[in-house]
Design a protein around this ligand. Structure first.
Ligand code: F6R
Length: 247
């Protein structure tokens, strides 16, 4: 993994948006997976803006939603689908044949996982994953302790996730489970970008970069990835022992 430290969120989002744009310029049929939540919000805005300005072809890429809360109405503000639709799929007018999102309301969630794995396999894997990192170090809904070999799976959410997750919703929600791409996808993706902003993420970033590789620290799976990049601001970098140069 390589660490890139940015002076502020705007510069970080600009760089990550450019990376997304260039990925599609080089490979118009790329398969792209992005997280929901706060971390990629400005990046998505920068990317969508650039796509619109340049009128780059949007008709061939395929979008995969990283994860979803289980049992929550998908049209409700706060769900992952809501973010994907609002930030990317509606503004870029991407039709349903060009994306696949988990249905967290599906009666058979195992089947939902199989469907996701089949879609990704049929596309030849994921070219670029853009993820955040939770306050407990999770990526997607891969909580600490998740085996690295898992593909799509159903996760029991830990208390940090269910508590922090309330911020996305307008009212208190019963968050218990998530459905998510597993750590194996991070290992197998062509390129991975992990975004983190703010001092509150400093401890989990330090663990991800300097901690020993362990399922207890899900992001350590990226340590040996040949093309994994952490795009972090100075706050998120503030716990790192080794000197990091600004981008
Ligand atoms: C969301 C997701 C989560 C978040 C993480 C950080 O789709 O997969 O793992 O990326 O909880 O959340 P934010 O970015 O809101 O700090």
């Amino acid at each position: 993994m390589k660490i890139h430290v940015f002076e502020d969120e705007a510069r970080l989002a600009h760089a990550a948006g450019e990376l997304l744009f260039n990925t599609l310029k080089d490979k118009p049929d790329a398969v792209i997976c992005i997280a929901s939540g706060n971390s990629p919000k400005a990046t998505c805005a920068a990317w969508v803006e650039k796509m619109k300005q340049t009128k780059l072809d949007t008709q061939r890429f395929f979008f995969i939603g990283l994860d979803e809360w289980v049992g929550i109405d998908p049209d409700q503000k706060g769900t992952c689908r809501y973010d994907f639709m609002e930030r990317i799929l509606i503004p870029l007018q991407i039709p349903p044949r060009q994306y696949h999102l988990f249905d967290g309301m599906a009666a058979d969630l195992q089947e939902e996982c199989r469907k996701m794995d089949a879609v990704i396999a049929s596309k030849g894997g994921i070219d670029l994953m853009i993820v955040g990192i939770g306050m407990n170090g999770h990526i997607g809904f891969n909580e600490p302790g998740t085996p690295f070999h898992l593909h799509s799976h159903i996760a029991t959410l830990d208390e940090v996730t269910t508590t922090v997750g309330q911020q996305y919703f307008d009212r208190p929600m019963a968050l218990k489970q998530g459905i998510t791409l597993g750590p194996a996808y991070l290992q197998e993706a062509g390129k991975v970008l992990l975004l983190a902003q703010g001092e509150k993420k400093a401890a989990v970033i330090r663990d991800a970069v300097e901690g020993a590789k362990s399922t207890e620290r899900p992001a350590t799976i990226l340590q040996e990835h040949p093309d994994a990049h952490f795009y972090i601001d100075r706050g998120a970098a503030s716990g790192l022992l080794s000197m990091q140069e600004d981008e």
